[in-house]
Design a protein around this ligand. Structure first.
Ligand code: AMP
Ligand code: GLY
Length: 423
């Protein structure tokens, strides 16, 4: 099969690597891709939001399956455009990608179908939000309804902070129209776990669990980022938690979407908080997590093309997912100053040392070619993943592997996976 991957980050590199393992994969393309993805796929300079150009390309190159990695094109309706042209594509249609595209929609869905989540109210005017916040309990959480690069969530300790938050999201519109509506939500405490799943509209198959570290600095200090590292599995995702989520969250979400006339085909990412009152959904995403994909996919035993096909064809009930009984840790190497100001364009050395090194991966997030050299080209530059027999060993391997790579302004957290010591 000829495959087209859409996206350019570490998640898409992990997908390209995994797809390349399949005996069913012939030619792989990636739009727009990056310098690491180029090892497995021919990168084509078409942007992820250029739906017509992408569909023209898929038709011209006889692409048998397009895999959409990113949220923006999914929420924007890329799958509908491809389907209307008779092109086979893995990912939710626009009317289902709303599960990620609108937090107000997903909260209302959870309320209607009794799926556990934080108590909340939606507001589409700043006046109404401000009136509510006068008598609310603090801390409280404000969320921009729409996509905001994972930055549209504000945790407000005081009434003053919440008033400033309403100003930022709804009046100054820091995230544009994403802030036209906001969700104001009860503050939850507990462990966070990311659970990815494949869905074919009716059936859901859960992948192994993972945990992300979203803050920029050690000890979970500093600003929220796209993710500074991950580990998988999460030792906090116990059999009891799994059983609860299977009963109250996963299938219920899939059934709810179907009942609403919005059957979901693709990946649902459940962002869960394990609270004292049991697991609750913090958010849904309509795609693989990044960097979650960088620890989950290397542990997956299935041929991923078979799983994609089953999701598209509605035959996922015939598929069982299998994961290795080991662990993986991914440490993100970023540019110093990320997520605010940082320089790029620095040559990266040491990448060749990962060639043929079993159980080790360098997934490129922000890199490009400058002549023969691979140079830094983003805030998150690389994800260094290592496997191990258990999490402690995987973490040791991953941190040792980060030493093999150098570039000017290299920055990383030193405590990825540290939480596992408390498990
Ligand atoms: P989200 O994009 O909704 O996952 O939110 C981003 C991050 O904000 C989450 O990973 C949590 O760390 C935090 N967060 C979101 N909602 C809540 C909540 N209700 N209570 C506490 N923290 C939250
Ligand atoms: N790592 C979080 C996300 O992909 O949204």
């Amino acid at each position: 099969m000829n495959i087209l991957i859409i996206g350019s980050g570490g998640r898409e590199h992990a997908l390209a690597w995994k797809i390349a393992q399949s005996s069913k994969a012939d030619k792989i393309y990636c739009a727009p891709g990056n310098a690491g993805i180029a090892e497995y796929a021919e990168c084509v300079p078409i942007g992820a939001m250029e739906f017509d150009k992408l569909a023209d390309f898929a038709a011209e190159k006889n692409i048998d399956l397009t895999v959409v990695g990113m949220d923006d094109p999914l929420v924007g309706g890329i799958v509908d455009v491809f389907e209307s042209r008779g092109l086979r594509v893995f990912g939710p249609r626009k009317n289902a990608a709303i599960l990620e595209g609108s937090k107000a929609f997903s909260k209302d869905l959870m309320k209607k179908y009794g799926i556990p989540t934080a108590a909340y109210e939606n507001f589409d005017s700043p006046e109404a939000a401000l009136a509510y916040l006068e008598t609310a309990k603090y801390p409280i959480v404000l969320k921009a309804d729409g996509l905001a690069l994972g930055k549209g969530v504000l945790i407000c300790e005081t009434h003053e902070e919440a008033v400033a938050g309403v100003q930022t999201l709804m009046v100054d519109k820091q995230f544009g129209n994403a802030g036209n509506t906001i969700v104001v939500e009860e503050f939850l405490t507990g462990r966070e776990v990311s659970v990815l799943s494949f869905v074919d509209g009716k059936t859901i198959r859960i992948m192994t669990s993972a945990q992300d570290h979203k803050r920029a600095m050690d000890g979970d200090e500093g600003l929220n980022t796209g993710g500074m590292g991950t580990f998988s599995p999460s030792p906090f995702y116990t059999a009891e938690v799994d059983a609860f989520c299977k009963e109250h969250i996963y299938q219920k979400t899939v059934d709810a979407m179907r009942a609403e006339g919005r059957p979901f085909q693709g990946v649902i990412f459940f962002g869960l908080m394990l609270t004292a009152d049991g697991p609750k959904v913090l958010e849904y995403n309509a795609r693989f997590g990044d960097p979650e994909a960088q620890v989950v996919l290397p542990r997956m035993k299935n041929d991923i093309i078979d799983v994609f096909n089953a999701c598209v064809d509605g035959t996922l009930d015939t598929v069982w997912l299998e994961f290795e009984a080991n662990a993986a840790v991914c440490v993100v190497l970023a540019s110093d100053g990320y997520p605010v100001h940082y320089q790029k364009g620095f040559p990266i050395s040491g990448l060749e040392q990962f060639k043929g090194k079993d159980g080790y991966y360098v997934f490129h997030a922000g890199t490009c070619f400058k002549g023969e050299d691979i140079v830094t080209n983003g805030g998150r530059v690389l994800g260094v993943t290592a496997k191990g027999a258990n999490l402690v060993e995987a973490r040791k391997n991953a941190y040792e592997a980060t030493e093999l790579i150098s570039f000017e302004n290299k920055y990383m957290r030193h405590d990825i996976g540290k939480a596992i010591d408390e498990a």
